[in-house]
Write a protein that binds this ligand. Sequence first.
Ligand SMILES: [Zn+2]
Length: 602
Amino acid sequence: MGAIPTQTIEQIAAANDIVEVIGSYFPLRRAGTNFKALCPFHQEKTPSFHVNPQRQTFHCFGCGVGGTVFRFVMDYEHIDFPAAVHKLGARVGITVVEERRSGGNEDRQREIRRTLLQLHSEAAEWFHDNLLKKDIAAAARDYLKQRGIDRTVAKSWQLGYAPAGWDAFLNWALQRGYQRRELLQSGLVKLRDESKSQGDVYDRFRDRLMFPIRNDVGEVIAFSGRILEKDAEAAKYINSPETSLFRKGHVLFGLDKTKRALIDANSAIVCEGQLDLIALFEAGITNVVAPQGTAFTEQQARVLSRFVREVVLCFDADAAGKKAAERSLEALLQNDLIVRVAEIPAGEDPDSLIRKHGREEFEARIAAARDFFDYWIEGEAKVVDLSSLGQKMELARSLAGTVSHVRDPLMRGEVVRKVTARLGVPVSEFESLLPKAVRSSPESRPVARSAGVLPGHDVAMLCLLALRNEEAAQYLREQNWRETLAETANTDLLGKILESDVRPSDPASLNAFMVTLTPAEESLVSAWLMQKAPEDAAAVAEKWWLGLRQAVVRRHLAIAQSRIKGAQLSTGEIVNLQKQILDLTDQLHDLSQFSSAPPSEA
Ligand SMILES: [Zn+2]
């Protein structure tokens, strides 16, 4: 950071009204002078997410996130600060010119990313154009028709077709001016001899139906290609390899389109394939996601837990689907997600099911989906003889291993209750099977930023006043504040405020100041900015400041007084200390004359 001039940040902040920006992601409702909404960063039933148009900041009183318009875009879109600045700059037509830095590596990385994003976006268009218009895609169009996917749906998901042959894509991309090196980096072409870093290259995707894979902001970052022929020997699906854009285990297919529906439903239907997801979505069931690959990764589960509390697994009824469900479980439980399993009849998948029987029947299946543990016990009970104590305890032991992944103690208690009732074993006996230290990993919990070295009440009050009132800030800057702050605990933030030239009455200046803070500080400041400032802010600031000074003087006095009681002092030292004590007592007397602030504990 620091490479983008403060002036540019202020300009961009001034031109992007935070109410408009946030309002473009989800609806905001006016509440007095502020705007409110259900928080997109945690689950809630009543809105505690506030947007303040006067100060151009937001804050959620439920989970504590808050800050500037930049912070919102960073957190909502999971992008870094420079990317948020560029995005908001582009929104209002301001070009961001970054100052030169010593290391050009970061710039180069960003440049590569930009090129790869552009390549993916153009490639998606080209594949799409092939599918809709070219003769070579006739078979692909037939296939889609037979799967019940019409032109409108194909357009809305930007489905495409990668021609057969070895170099159709390669030639197109070279003609567009892309370098061979860039094409290799994108994974869209492969080296004929992968043991070398140079040589002949050819198209990775050939004669396949193409699904663009997007990140949750909607940028194409990879592709998944499905084979058209039924009994071909090649893999049914192939995906782009891991690239600097695409980390397979982090992406959930469809999330860019289904995010809002997930939050509204507080529940995610998880299906295996892209076609399943599209069929459900187009039938009006929109709270769906599909992991890339078959089982959930820890990262995917974590992403999902930001949007929903519950997951309904909707995998194929075959053995592979069951395996995938079981392998997904651990990651989901670790993120405190409630897991249910929908019954899919053998030989069907969500796609075929919804086409044959319609939306209502499918929704009934989702509603009837059973808790994962019930589903599992039932499945096991078919092969395990529950009347045999030995076999029952064997099953209990393997269930205990799974239960131990549930981190939330309340939820774990609930699950233990259910499992023991179903198995008919005493709770205490089952609990003795659980590993002693049941895992807890606080770092995987979303948001909740508070801890850290944050100011105490009196310092916080001064921060608030300095950020809200020109005069108060002026008064404090005129004091000998560096010296006092150096002797008071947790004053980093107040120091940053007084050192800056932040102008409290100018929201753009507030925003530009806040982007220099740590996320914890920024969320704290955003909370203060939501509060009412006292009318006579400068007078109140003076009162609190004198209180802070008093505390410092009192501490000095206590030190001098304890020292003078000590042995082995020379007469000179004693006289000096006596002078010091008199002086400090005078100072304290003066300070308390001006201030009626409550004495703060020294
Ligand atoms: Zn929140």
